[in-house]
Design a protein around this ligand. Structure first.
Ligand SMILES: [Zn+2]
Length: 442
């Protein structure tokens, strides 16, 4: 048991890779937003919001952020309003940006805090731990760990290389619903899958305040994260319908700012669910029409009345990535192209192409042309072939770094930007060029 506990703690910061966070989603500065007389949302302290419910005799904390320091700072601000002890912590799901600040809420007079999670919490964490080295690599890319701060588009409120572990294990778990009274306030927790399989929402029926966790934030949802396992896409839409059924007057998400007004929230949740179902259903149609996943990515486009909504802009999730994920969930890995049934290592194909082309140089020239015409994707693909054949070709590395920087510049998606920028940095290094760092900042 002890070994498991130690392992869980050690892997926690790696779980942060699941965070639904980026600078645009985080908020410019720390702010404690008053939602109602009893409810506060701490935004901008960290990637994950910290949500507070003040009852008559205690404080209930919903989600704790990724950082014990950020959690402490938000609590210090709340202490200007209330000195009540903390009685409960609720984890909406197991991701690091929701659970790693917990320790800051259980000390001294708060030593007996109840910590509530859905039953799948431990299983999800353990599954994550099994892929620890992989998740470390994923983290470094997704959060641009080696990028200069000025380039970071997804920013943690802690150093991923030296994370402070503040996770505490749940003391209570439930399967489908969990209700309790605290200081005259009724709390209702419901298992609502989507972002994860252990996801829950919190409902305060008297004040009609709903905490959706990561099932809603101001971006198209991350239905399929490029480096993560599948997410229950249709369950996500069902969970949103369930929220609508409660007719909430306040929606207080764990990322981005709260929403208010029953009609507005109803419209937002309806559109969010419609966008998810649209992408899901269209992807299935493409599969049935015999389209490849690349063709499906081109074909599936949200209708204008959805794509123009600010809360469905692709700051975090992307429609095309969702198509990738849904396509794979419903089909096998074989795409019915016989050459792909038992493929050789891709470098041998790259070498054969380069040989046919007359070496890496002609491919480099072709990539330069594509670069000049701003066809950065084609340039990148050509350079990938050239470097597959000649891994030390410095001009190719230099051009690849430039092309990737353009792709990053053109993107408004936080994950995408970091993927491109990290790769650009690696190509610069491979070319033997110096790489800028925070130390170069004025
Ligand atoms: Zn999150």
């Amino acid at each position: 048991m002890r070994l498991v506990q130690v392992g869980l703690s050690a892997c926690l910061f790696l779980c942060i890779s699941n965070m639904t966070c980026m600078a645009q989603l985080r908020g410019e500065r720390p702010e404690l937003i008053q939602v109602t007389d009893q409810v506060y949302s701490a935004v901008g302290y960290s990637l994950g919001n910290i949500l507070y419910v003040l009852t008559h005799d205690s404080i209930v904390v919903i989600d704790t952020s990724e950082s014990p320091d950020a959690a402490k700072a938000s609590l210090a601000e709340l202490r200007r309003i209330s000195q009540l002890p903390i009685s409960h912590i609720i984890y909406t799901h197991f991701h690091g940006d929701h659970i790693n600040g917990a320790r800051s809420f259980r000390s001294g007079e708060n030593s007996s805090v109840a910590i509530i999670a859905q039953q799948e919490h431990d299983r999800e964490l353990l599954m994550f731990q099994k892929l620890r080295p992989y998740n470390a690599r994923l983290n470094a890319i997704q959060f641009g760990a080696a990028l200069p701060k000025r380039d970071a588009t997804l920013e943690l409120a802690l150093d991923p290389a030296r994370p402070v572990i503040g996770y505490l294990r749940p003391t209570e778990k439930f399967e489908s619903e969990y209700k309790f009274q605290q200081g005259g306030v009724q709390f209702e927790l419901y298992h609502t899958q989507g972002e994860t399989s252990d996801h829950l929402m919190v409902w305060l029926p008297e004040s009609k305040v709903l905490f959706p966790g990561d099932l809603f934030y101001h971006s198209f949802p991350m239905l399929s994260s490029p480096m993560k396992h599948d997410r229950p896409v249709l369950h996500w839409a069902e969970s949103l319908d369930r929220m609508r059924g409660l007719n909430p007057e306040h929606l207080v998400p764990s990322h981005t700012r709260p929403l208010k007004g029953a009609q507005h929230i109803e419209t937002v949740l309806e559109n969010y669910a419609a966008a998810i179902r649209f992408v899901h259903d269209e992807t299935l149609s493409c599969i049935n029409l015999g389209m490849s996943v690349e063709q499906a990515r081109q074909a599936v486009r949200l209708p204008d009345h959805l794509s123009n909504l600010p809360y469905l802009s692709e700051l975090y999730g992307k429609v095309a990535w969702s198509v990738n994920g849904i396509y794979r969930q419903y089909t096998g890995w074989y795409d019915m192209v016989p050459a792909h049934l038992n493929p050789a290592p891709v470098n041998s194909l790259h070498q054969a192409i380069a040989q046919a082309a007359g070496g890496a140089a002609p491919l480099y020239e072709q990539a330069r042309k594509a670069h000049k015409q701003a066809d950065y994707q084609l340039a990148l693909e050509l350079l990938t072939i050239a470097l597959g054949a000649e891994p030390k070709h410095a001009p190719c590395h230099r051009l690849a770094a430039e092309v990737l920087s353009h792709l990053a510049q053109r993107s408004s998606n936080g994950v995408e930007k970091n993927v491109y920028l990290v790769a650009a940095q690696e190509h610069q290094q491979a070319a033997g060029d110096s790489v800028s760092s925070d130390a170069d900042e004025p």
